[in-house]
Design a protein around this ligand. Structure first.
Ligand SMILES: [Zn+2]
Length: 192
């Protein structure tokens, strides 16, 4: 089921609420009525010595980097999962299996671009994306504008549509010990 927030003309206010939450069967998802969908994504990777550190589409100088089948860009992976989830397209592991040798060490910006193609083929456009990176070391806040530039270019979005925030875990847990990195993303998709 998909849910739509619909509005009523003012003259109907006496007989019906201004806004009603209505439901539609899945087969009506291609209806011409405006529709919004929310997606949430999470990703985490271990950080180990002698690995390149790609984050938000850029290279970050550090003694450790995330371990993964692709370039292990945790922020991009969280965004991809949020986009796919909002569009009802499962998740990154389903669309881009880590058993596929063609995806070994692949630049995650390519996967992000392909994800946007899947989204747009289904008639969706991105309203906005909000993200949070959780990382103890190194400090990355000064690199966020460059990440926004790289990722909005890969997604063909305006810079104002993507928010990236960075936090530490207050030295708690595996992130606090510098053993890993996590990212969270929320996406709003719209379909007209
Ligand atoms: Zn990942």
């Amino acid at each position: 089921m998909a849910f739509e927030l619909t509005s009523s003309p003012a003259h109907q206010l006496a007989s019906s609420p201004a806004y009603q939450l209505t439901s539609s069967p899945a087969h009506q998802l291609t209806s011409s009525r405006a529709m919004i969908r929310i997606g949430f994504g999470f990703d985490t990777h271990a950080m180990e010595s002698d690995h390149n550190f790609r984050l938000g589409g850029i290279d970050i100088p550090h003694s450790k980097g995330p371990v993964g089948h692709s370039d292990a860009d945790v922020l991009i992976h969280a965004i991809i999962d949020a986009l796919l989830g909002a569009a009802g397209l499962r998740d990154i592991g389903k669309q881009f299996p880590d058993t596929d040798p063609a995806l070994k060490d692949i630049d995650s910006r390519i996967l992000l671009n392909k994800t946007m193609q899947l989204i747009r083929e289904r008639g969706f456009s991105v309203g906005n994306i909000d993200t949070t990176i959780v990382l103890q070391y190194p400090k990355i806040s000064h690199l966020i504008p460059e990440m926004i530039s790289e990722l909005t270019k890969a997604m063909d979005l305006e810079a104002g549509q993507l928010s990236i925030k960075a936090k530490t875990s207050e030295k708690l847990g595996f992130i606090g010990r510098g053993e890993g990195i996590s990212a969270y993303a929320v996406v709003l998709l719209q379909k007209v």
